[in-house]
Design a protein around this ligand. Sequence first.
Ligand code: GLU
Length: 370
Amino acid sequence: MKRDRAFLINLIKNSKLFVIKIGSAVITKDDQGLNYEVLSNLAYELQRFKREDKRIVVVSSGAIACGRAKLNFLKKPLSLSEKQALAALGQADLIHAYEEVFSKYQLKVAQILLTSEDLSTRTRYINAKKTIQTLLNWGIIPIINENDTVATEEIRFSDNDILSALVAIALPAETLFILSDIDSLYQEDPRVNPRAERISLVEEVTEEIFRMAGKKPGKLGRGGMYSKILAAKMVTTSGIPMAILPGKLPLVFERFFSNEDIGTVFLPQERKLPLRKIWIQYYLKPEGKLILDQGAIRAILKEGKSLLIGGITAVEGDFTKGACVECLSQEGRILAKGLINFSSEELRKFLLEGHRPYKEVIHRDNLVLI
Ligand code: GLU
């Protein structure tokens, strides 16, 4: 069967579990608080999904924008503690609005706030997943946001696009929708070139697609198109399709499912990495670096081997056994990421003593090539 847009829409139609990410610029009006029209429209459409027995998880931004509107706090840029304080203030309003609007459509919601540590520590990740699944079994829509109040730079997801991709892979969901104020991916940034051509279907997320996305963040949210493409890369290589849709368009899902040519859809790829490697690649933050010699680089990149002590020329950072580390070339190019069998202290001792026992530092099964 031809893997075109109609094929993909049909595949998505039959999905039973959707993750829907809503950006700040969609759910709020410029510095004026929540956009109730968008929320009502969403509730109306989700109620129809529920009748078709679909399960829905919402990842919603908007806490900081709500807090800002509540205090009429117009200062820009915001410091980290201002953002965190505004998020604490605004998250209450955000969830209250979901509760109020969704209840009119007989939809029940629950709030889940996550930091990246909650998804990178295995026990916490399993716990969060079980909680989400229990809520879904009860017919409740979890509304997830980053726990901005406690998320410092080190434990922060880069933005909610990435959070929604991680949630979709973790559950796993069958489709990820990103509702955005920029309605689709374009050949160039449409804010710079209004005549840029819209991309309707992405068969594979390549370097060229990343280039089209550019690096400019959105007006209110943190991510911009680049992080949406990164999210697409993450989910599609995990076998999950994704669609970017114009979040403010009334009846956006109805239009999408009746084959109206809106947004950009991304075809899923066959999943090449086992879940364990996806976990290492996307969930774990590296705590240190290993610099490799040419022999080790060839062994891991070309010969599919594990990394041995003999191939390491330097160790950076402090980490314990089992931590996630990056492997780099002498020139600083990141080559791989994996779980280490020794602490940084043990490794440095081996290097200092010139004593190189024939031992695996990172086993092949725990190593992901970048
Ligand atoms: N968590 C932030 C908020 O609720 C949004 C982060 C983002 O825009 O990606 O305001």
